[in-house]
Design a protein around this ligand. Structure first.
Ligand code: COA
Length: 258
């Protein structure tokens, strides 16, 4: 169905694999457009509650934007490409939780995609970096902003100015990834984390994601007001009735996503 993506479903979890292993899953324009299309499909699919994104093969998550497509671009044509609807922004505002399962090189646009996800987990063999500076450019998919917000200016600045790679253990120490697993355990551990989240109310997950994302975009007063609105909106859902009733009846809730 897609030229550059594989999509599998494990119960309520969709696993999306960027499938260009011969190019270390570099994100060309066609792949970015396919990601936009698949997100629209998955958003509408009520059976899918959590999305996991990963890269094909055992070498790379995503080794960046496809550098071959930089050749021949002018400032204006590149700006046109980058001001269209963007896969990274769509990932960030996707209304279901997204986990980046980072199985190898996570560089440039690959790291920027991971930064647009909600949770990052990595193989102990993964390597991370923003190497754009080595090409005479800078991160253009949100890296200067999202990396800085996640790990702080000093550390983000060093990664972006040196273009050097760091290990999974270093990425974890920086708070860039939540968990590091042995390569052979990565998939099972990630799916277990996804399954834990998939049991929750899709309505509450959506509100929680939006509320947390607001923290990076709004001042404290506006963020706290938004949190109250989103909290209150949960009270309009069947899932809130079910969650509270299940607690009082001392049983597990069965959330339906309404
Ligand atoms: N864009 C386009 N092609 C890429 C790519 C990218 N970002 N990253 C890797 N590839 C291609 C290589 O050109 C090579 O293709 P080829 O076999 O047709 O020549 C193939 O993927 C394998 O990569 P290779 O460089 O041979 O693997 P390696 O193990 O020697 O090195 C890296 C791995 C990740 C260190 C190296 O590929 C690299 O530096 N990639 C670019 C990373 C980058 O700068 N990303 C930011 C882009 S803005």
């Amino acid at each position: 169905m897609y030229d550059n993506l594989l999509l599998e479903k494990h119960d309520r979890i969709a696993v999306l694999t960027v499938n260009r292993p011969a190019k270390l899953n570099a994100l060309n324009i066609a792949t970015r457009n396919e990601i936009l299309a698949v997100l629209d499909t998955l958003q509408a699919d009520v059976e899918v509650r959590v999305l996991v994104i990963t890269g094909a093969g055992d070498k790379a998550f995503i080794a960046g934007a496809d550098i071959s497509e930089f050749a021949g671009q002018t400032a204006l044509s590149q700006r046109d490409i980058m001001t269209q609807r963007r896969a990274f922004d769509a990932m960030e505002s996707f209304p279901k939780p997204v986990i980046a399962m980072i199985n190898g090189f996570c560089l440039g646009g690959g790291l920027e995609l991971a930064l647009s996800c909600d949770i990052r987990v990595a193989s102990s063999k993964a390597q991370f970096g923003q190497p754009e500076i080595n090409l005479g450019v800078i991160p253009g998919g949100g890296g200067t902003q999202r990396l800085t917000r996640l790990i702080g200016e000093g550390k983000a600045m060093e990664l972006i100015l040196t273009g050097e790679m760091i290990t999974a253990a270093e990425a974890q120490a920086l708070g860039l990834v939540n968990h590091v697993f042995a390569p052979e355990e990565l998939q099972a551990k990630t799916l277990a984390l996804a399954a834990k989240i998939a049991e929750k109310s899709p309505v509450a997950l959506r509100m929680a994601k939006e509320a947390v994302k607001t923290a990076a975009r709004a001042g404290l007063d506006e963020g706290l007001r938004r949190e109250v609105d989103l909290f209150s909106l949960c009270f309009a859902s069947e899932d809130k009735e079910e969650g509270v009733r299940a607690f009082l009846e001392k049983r597990k809730p069965n959330f339906v996503g309404r």
